[in-house]
Design a protein around this ligand. Sequence first.
Ligand SMILES: [Zn+2]
Length: 122
Amino acid sequence: MSIRLASKQANRSTFKYKIGAALVKGSSILGVGHNEVNRYTKQWKQRWPGSLHAEESAILMALKKSGHAAIIGSTLYVSRITPSGELALAKPCSNCQAILKAFQIKDVHYTTPTGVEVMECR
Ligand SMILES: [Zn+2]
């Protein structure tokens, strides 16, 4: 199940709140990612460089691997793991939601403390 792939990615994060994402279309995995220090803003030598969100990271990999056309109509899975290892709410932030919409991603499945919710990206 793709949400487990997202959880595996979340475990790669070095952040306290671990978030992972997997962009999937049919049976192919277009991209995966986890929240990490944003190496783009790091170059600007800010005191707090900010983070690259898991959703953005997965989309960046998919763009490099397959291009924008392949991303259209895909599904994004997002998982968040708390410091104690529990699943938590991984609903994409408003900025990521705007990105998902712009890339014409079909829907997003994200973890909650009790299961998985599905949201259309429009
Ligand atoms: Zn976000």
